[in-house]
Design a protein around this ligand. Structure first.
Ligand SMILES: *Cc1c(COP(=O)(O)O)cnc(C)c1O
Length: 457
């Protein structure tokens, strides 16, 4: 294991950490043997560097947040400047330049679709905002029966209790089931399960039928449908076509149900367009943006909605119709400034266009894995590429989860200087957009060798 190579200094840091810290999404015992804990001293561009000077290529953008590299000079400069001007101010009753400008620019990016921006301070909190606003909207209209949310199986929307309730990745959810509000679940359009020869569009349309039936029977009790547009990321980078989103938008209109697009992971160019919803040419009623929003610098979430929703809350104070939701760090100026610097880079560097070349490169560099006897599928949507390992390719039999094949890939990649962190048996690339074609080749090489090792025996 890589820790064997660590110097005493690095080992001392690890020991201090294990004495006091409790890490996210981790069985802490794993850090004693199975998974090394890696202290990171600094980051630069695509690289993370530990205290011994080992470098790791950040192929997962530090949990999907980083867009333009670590210690990006432009975002750094903007933040330093903001730091000397205003670090934070209460946003109830006060406003500030970065918060205001960011709202204006996000609204402009939706090209007339959405016109209000509410800030929360992380993705899960933003999902809670969208759920509460949707419910509260109907309440303000006197529709008191619309109290339920409809979700898609294998979706993920965060870990706070409301967000967890509308997601359904079992690993995160099952334990807490007794604490969660009940939600309605429709089958996912996840095209991994389409029949041989069936097109993505046909499969998605077929899966849509069940959702339509739920709406038909219960729309008067449903406040909103929440979905991750195009890619179910935490659910294993499972993908489906834009046509499903069009069916969904149309159904939401027909049945008077809100559409919440959770683009927390897929927004900001991940799927090949600025927002995934663009590919379906639809506009949701709520758009949740976080992760890449600040270029991976600071936690922030923007929930965008349209004027019809806003106006249902706008009234005399005595009517008690306002949206009484807040977070201490709502609209933090530093986070907003990082987001503005990030949007500047999109504008000046032709990012979406340039990413097409990188996406092509990722496809070519991994194409050979389609034929690997233990790879069920190599799938891609824009800058997200996933390789699904299976025990039996012909019958698509999964490896038992206890074997933790993905962990083997993780450890191999680490030994080769790459941070690849598979989701179960799904190895994926979701790199910062500053990755070079050569680095993509290297990454593909490491992933191929890692998968070779992980699936041997
Ligand atoms: C990460 C994620 C969230 C939760 O965001 P946090 O900032 O981690 O709370 C919600 N929805 C999706 C689709 C995500 O990928």
């Amino acid at each position: 294991m890589i820790t064997e190579k660590f110097t005493p200094m690095q080992c001392a840091i690890i020991q201090r950490d294990l004495n006091v810290l409790w890490h996210p999404c981790t069985q802490m015992k794993d850090h004693e043997h199975t998974l090394p804990l890696i202290p990171i001293k600094r980051g630069e561009g695509i690289w993370l560097e530990d205290f011994d000077g080992n470098r790791y290529l950040d192929a997962v953008s530090s949990w999907w947040v980083n867009l333009f590299g670590h210690a990006n000079p432009r975002i750094n400069a903007a933040l330093k400047n903001q730091l000397d001007t205003l670090e934070h101010v209460i946003m109830a009753g006060y406003t500030h330049e970065p918060g205001l400008e960011l709202a204006e620019r996000l609204v402009a990016l939706t090209e007339g679709g959405l016109d209000r921006c509410f800030y929360a301070d992380n993705g899960s909190a933003g999902v809670e905002v969208a759920l509460k606003m949707s419910f509260h909207y109907w309440l303000n209209l006197g529709k008191t029966r619309k109290t339920k949310f409809l979700t898609i199986s294998n979706g993920y929307h965060g870990e706070t209790l409301g967000a967890l309730a509308v997601g359904n990745v079992t690993l995160y959810k099952d334990t807490y089931q007794p604490l969660l509000m009940e939600t309605l679940v429709a089958p996912s359009p996840d095209c991994f399960y389409r029949e041989t020869g069936e097109s993505w569009d046909d499969y998605a349309a077929r899966q849509f039928q069940a959702l339509e039936e739920i709406l038909e029977q219960q729309a008067d009790e449903i406040s909103a449908i929440i979905i991750e547009p195009l890619v179910q990321c935490a659910g294993g980078m499972r993908m489906y076509p834009p046509s499903y989103l069009r069916l969904l938008r149309d159904a939401c209109d027909r049945y008077d149900v809100h559409l919440i697009a959770d683009e927390i992971a897929v927004g900001f160019g991940r799927t090949g367009t600025m927002f995934a919803c663009e590919q379906a040419d639809i506009c949701p009623d709520f758009l949740c943006l976080s992760k890449g929003l600040t270029g991976g610098y600071l936690p922030l979430c923007a929930v965008l909605t349209h004027d019809t929703i806003y106006r249902a809350f706008y009234d005399d104070y005595s009517q008690l119709n306002g949206f009484m939701h807040s977070h201490s760090y709502t609209g933090n100026p530093l986070a907003c400034r990082a987001a503005l610097a990030t949007l500047d880079i999109f504008k000046t560097d032709n990012v979406i266009e340039n990413n097409r070349v990188l996406a092509q490169e990722m496809a070519q560099a991994t194409a050979h894995l389609q034929d690997h006897p233990h790879v069920a599928e190599v799938r891609q949507t824009g800058m997200i590429l996933a390789i699904e390992m299976v025990q039996d390719k012909a019958q698509r039999i999964e490896y038992p989860w206890q074997e933790r094949r993905g962990v083997r890939v993780y450890n191999y990649a680490l030994s080769q200087g790459a941070l690849l962190r598979p989701l179960g048996n799904v190895v994926y690339f979701m790199p910062p957009y500053v990755i070079t074609p050569e680095q993509i080749q290297t990454l593909a090489q490491i992933a191929t060798e890692g998968i070779e090792q992980a699936t041997a025996g």
